[in-house]
Structure formats: C-alpha cells, structure tokens
Design a binder for this molecule. Sequence first.
Ligand code: GLN
Length: 307
Amino acid sequence: MDDQDVLDEVSRAARQAAATGTVASYIPALARVDPAAFGFAIAPAPAADPGPVRGTGDWRVPFSIQSLSKVFALALVLAADGDTLWQRVGKEPSGSPFNSLAQLERERGIPRNPFVNAGALVVTDRLQSLTGDASGALREFLRAESGNPALDFDPRIARSERRHGHRNAALAHLLADHGKLANPVRTVLYHYTQQCSIAMTCQDLALATCLFARHGIRADATRLLTRSEAKRINAVMLVGGTYDAAGEFAHRVGLPAKSGVGGGIIAVVPGRCGLCAWGPALDDHGNSVAGITALDAFTTLTGWSVF
Ligand code: GLN
C-alpha cells in the first residue's frame, strides 16, 4: 500500500465513525465547528531528510488545540527543571475524568499526571515562574516547531472558556489551598486558558509532534530534551494522554498520544514521524471518535506502533 492508499483508507474509516460522536459544548465556542470536519497529517521525523508532510481532508484548517497544548508545555518545563517536576505532579493513569475535583482532593493537591487539567495547571504555574509569560512562551515555541510564524491564540475561544471555566477555577483554587501554586490563581487560569485557545492545523501539529519522535531534538536540530526526558513524556502520553480511555487507546492504536476537546489527537511514532488527526465529534471520555478511528486504521495498515 502506498502513502496515498493509506491516507484514503484512514479517511474513509474515520469519516464513517465520526457520526457516533458529539462536539464539546461545555466551552460554547467549541460547539460552533462543523462536526463532519476531518483532517489527518503525517510529518516525517528525521531531521536530516524530513521529506514533505502528507495529509488528507481538512489537514490545513486551523482548530482549537485545547489539551494538546499540555504536552508542549510539559516539554518546556521538563527541559528547564528535569526530574524535580515529578515531585509536584504524578505519572500514573488517572482512571477519572480529565477535570475531576474529587481525585485532586483525595490526593492532596498532587495531580495524577500532567495531562489531567489539574496537572496541566501545575505545569502552567511552573512555566509562568520560569518565563513570566507562560502562554506567550508556548506560542513562540509552537511557532518554531511547526514552522508557522502566523499561528496564534483564538480570542473567541479563550473568552468563551474563561466565561464558562468554573471547574478549572475550582481545580486551581483547590491546588492553591493545598499550597501547590507559586503564582496567583487568576494568573495561572489566564495562561492555561490562553494556551488551550491556540489554533493550529493538523500539518502544524504533526510537525511540532516530531520533537517527541526525534527523541527531544527540535526542528532547528538543537536538543531540547534529553533522550530519557523525551522517553518519559512519551510514556506519560501512553498511560494518560487520552485520559481514562488510555488503556482502550493503547489497545486499539498502540502509540503515545494526546487528545484535546477541540477534536485533535497527536501521536508519536518514535524515530519515524509525528501524526495529527482531527475530527470535532468526541466520545464520552472527551476523545475524538474520528481521530481514534483514523489512528487505529493507520497503525493497522502500516504496522507502525510501539508494540
Ligand atoms: N480547555 C479545556 C479544559 O480545560 C481542555 C480540556 C481538554 O482538551 N481535554 O477543560
């Protein structure tokens, strides 16, 4: 099967599956996207001879990255702090919804992993201490890794999430109550919401995801993460990148991946490529139905998984 046949088959399977999902509406502006949109992109990882990005469908249409931002924020903090970060946030599967208050309270302000919302708030808090402008630093980083200097925050999405972000506010206050935030709650929530509102295409995201497929080497061929740090991020994606469905995702797809409620999923084929699938209709866990189906078809057809 050549590349185009794989893309065609991935697209066919994904579009069929999308009908069973629902677009996220708890952030009202997210509900305005076309539920039938679908895009998929493959960016070859080798720094020496990367080759062109290949894609299908709406792979050049920008969408809200939401929780995909959490992996890149984690990369920036790990690069600066190394292993000390793991004193503030765990690395276990959550087994609970991504915005669970009960779990955070039970575990005394140490979030299960950096990809549930509480964990991401801790990472953003640290990035804010390190840079003085957490979301700005993340935007610049994503511009550099995707090679797209025009990508930006979507103010409409940010405003909508800010107006309806009661649960994230509650999580941030709970973290502060446990003495786990160095910055004011308002500042952490502001930057977290900004970072989630960044709009990118499947092409941008597949390229940025190559950081993890290249074991920590950036697009400009400099090293951001040690090989071991990159391995750890991939490991945490595998156990927690798709929340309380990470087991099912590993079972079907077999790649480190991260999902967002904007309908994007990025996935890493170590040493080979960065992938991004996008379809706005979600399942009950907040993962893109078309995205999972597309990645399932991709690993089945190519045999490229970590197992
Ligand atoms: N901004 C969203 C939230 O905080 C991100 C959640 C997600 O993509 N899973 O609820």
